[in-house]
Design a protein around this ligand. Structure first.
Ligand SMILES: [Zn+2]
Length: 389
């Protein structure tokens, strides 16, 4: 008989009370081991085989793979353990204390996405003493909100292996079969400063950056003519010139200028190929402007994701939820799980509109329906062991 574990709300309260912010800025970044340890304890008490996998090169960060049953197929229920940073002064209640009001649970990570774990565990509970024909795997990852180092390490290790995967990001329990990717890069232009009265005394990084911006904007125009996917609200790839810093004085030739931009590719576009094209377009500007131009990634990027609209899991999720599969604009770990051969969707409780906001919440009315959908998926893919292969 499996040991008793806390009820759903107690688990949610404990996870929210265990801070696990991940951030590219070291001032904010925290370990996720508090959350991993709690999940590992509950899942092993339920009879799962658990494995905590430290993320190489990222001290204090681990993934957790918890497995019930055995077999070549099975179902992964995946969530990330980290949250974004928060501005507690903008919250009505303490972001690290679960607060229940207006039929909602408030707290940092309630919808994005610590709340998914108690729901997945609640669904799994029913099956712990049943003979599963295929494994049920609960996967908890590190650093989704920053570098995706957790998902990258799993992809590198080729683990876990299963036939199907559901990533419980907040989609209001609608199946998502496609999302855009994202890359963020910085262009650094190095010229030579000098007295503005004689242009020959320097090489203006600002003027060269004007050329860079022109190139990036024409590149965007070409990409938008070439690629279109009408299932997205914004049907073309986007490129946003996000911030620029350069120069110090009107009477000085600008010696250095930096521009940061993001580019959101559609499925079918490769981040590596995009970076290569940007490099090829910007490099020829160096000689005429007399400057050096470097382009560096701010993070490695998230590839776009697309599953077949008619895959077994997409069709099943559509039937169970009564919602047609949709496309969303935010990036997830889906391309990494799909890359390991799993039929993957994104589908979870809560709304993305509440994520990354003060007073983030999970509505009570999202909980039981999500538990129900997961129970039916576990029944189909683990208990009955449908592989559809
Ligand atoms: Zn998330």
């Amino acid at each position: 008989m499996p040991a008793a574990i806390p009820d759903l709300v107690t688990m949610l309260r404990e996870l929210i009370a265990s801070p696990s912010i991940s951030c590219s800025s070291a001032d904010w970044d925290q370990s996720n081991l508090g959350v991993i340890t709690k999940l590992e304890t509950w899942l092993s008490d339920l009879g799962f085989r658990t494995e905590v996998m430290p993320v190489p090169g990222h001290p204090g960060k681990s993934n957790l793979i918890a497995t019930l049953g055995m077999g070549p197929g099975g179902l992964v229920l995946s969530g990330h353990t980290d949250t974004v940073p928060c501005n507690s002064e903008l919250w009505k209640s303490d972001p690290f204390r679960l607060d229940e009001r207006d039929n909602r649970f408030y707290g940092l990570g309630t919808c994005d996405m610590k709340g998914f774990f108690p729901i997945a565990i609640e669904a799994a509970r029913r099956f712990v003493d049943q003979p599963l024909r295929q494994p049920l795997i609960i996967l908890a990852t590190a650093d989704e909100e920053s570098s995706m180092s957790g998902a990258r390490a799993l992809a590198e290790a080729g683990r876990p292996k299963a036939r199907y995967a559901v990533i419980g990001e907040p989609t209001s329990i609608k199946p998502i079969y496609m999302h855009k990717g994202i890359m963020m890069d910085v262009v650094r232009v190095t010229g030579r400063s000098g007295h503005s009265s004689d242009p020959s005394l320097g090489a203006s990084a600002l003027e060269a950056m004007h050329g860079v911006m022109g190139e990036l904007i024409s590149f965007r125009r070409e990409l938008q003519q070439q690629y279109r996917q009408s299932d997205f609200t914004v049907s073309v790839p986007t490129l946003n010139l996000g911030c620029i810093h350069g120069g110090d004085n009107p009477n000085r030739i600008c010696g250095r200028c930096e521009l940061e931009f993001d580019l959101r590719p559609l499925p079918g576009m490769s981040i590596d190929v995009l970076r290569e094209s940007i490099h090829k377009r910007l490099a020829p500007l160096q000689q005429p402007y007399g400057v050096k131009i470097d382009v560096d990634e701010l993070f490695p990027g998230i590839p776009p994701f697309q599953n077949s609209r008619t895959s077994e899991l997409v069709r099943t999720a559509e039937q169970l939820t009564g919602h047609q599969a949709e496309a969303v604009a935010f990036g997830t770990e889906a391309p990494f799980l799909q890359g390991m051969g799993m039929d993957t969707i994104v589908m979870g409780p809560g709304s993305i509109a509440q994520a990354h906001q003060p007073d983030e919440y999970l509505s009570h009315d999202q909980i039981n329906p999500m538990v129900g959908v997961l129970e039916q998926l576990i029944q189909k893919y683990c208990l009955h062991g449908t592989t559809d292969a």
